[in-house]
Design a protein around this ligand. Structure first.
Ligand code: SAM
Length: 172
């Protein structure tokens, strides 16, 4: 099981990027996102996507960081441009932490030092600064070997791939 912790979300500044972090987490196979800070509008936005497009993705905006870290029973992976390389990180998860649940942390503003120390692995997706959305997407793709592409969410709306038209099946 993979869960994501979005750290440092500022409702006024990060609304759009945090929404995208949540959408990527869901679409690429994570089961839950924590967005500490009680941004209930953010929860409504992401919950609406789940209602329409399906799946059991959970959005928690009420738990605090300490509680989330304390309750987590698997490994903590922090995505940062300073970390060990993505291929090495994935290999280490597969060899040293097989079958363990993963809490993936991505930041918004500067991530505090204790997260680097608390993480079992600090993993970089390249060593250039880019985006938490890109870093999360690539990590989830690699850790799942691309299996997220075959997920069936069983939603009310299902999009059928089509190179010309919008092909959407709507369940009643
Ligand atoms: N200014 C922030 C700082 O000093 O930490 C960085 C903000 S960055 C846009 C937001 C998040 O994107 C980071 O906390 C990290 O999770 C992720 N990120 C950005 N570049 C990354 C990279 N090359 N590898 C892994 N994660 C990255």
């Amino acid at each position: 099981m993979i869960e994501v912790l979005r750290m440092g979300h500022r409702p006024s500044r990060d609304k759009r990027i945090t929404t995208h972090v949540g959408l990527v987490a869901r679409a690429f196979g994570a089961e839950k996102i924590y967005i500490p800070g009680n941004d209930t509008k953010m929860k409504e936005t992401l919950d609406r996507v789940v209602r329409i497009f399906g799946g059991d993705f959970q959005v928690d905006v009420s738990s605090g960081i300490k509680k989330i870290l304390h309750q987590h029973r698997g490994i903590v992976v922090h995505l940062t441009m300073y970390g060990t390389s993505l291929p090495d990180g994935i290999t280490r998860i597969r060899t040293e932490h097989e079958e363990e649940d993963i809490l993936v942390i991505v930041g918004a503003k500067k991530v505090p030092r204790y997260i680097y120390e608390r993480a079992d692995l600090n993993i970089s997706v390249g060593n250039q600064p880019h985006s938490e959305v890109a870093a999360l997407a690539l990590f989830l793709d690699r850790i799942s070997n691309g299996d997220w592409m075959d997920m069936d969410f069983g939603g009310k709306l299902k999009i059928v791939p089509d190179d010309r038209n919008k092909n959407v099946i709507e369940k009643n």
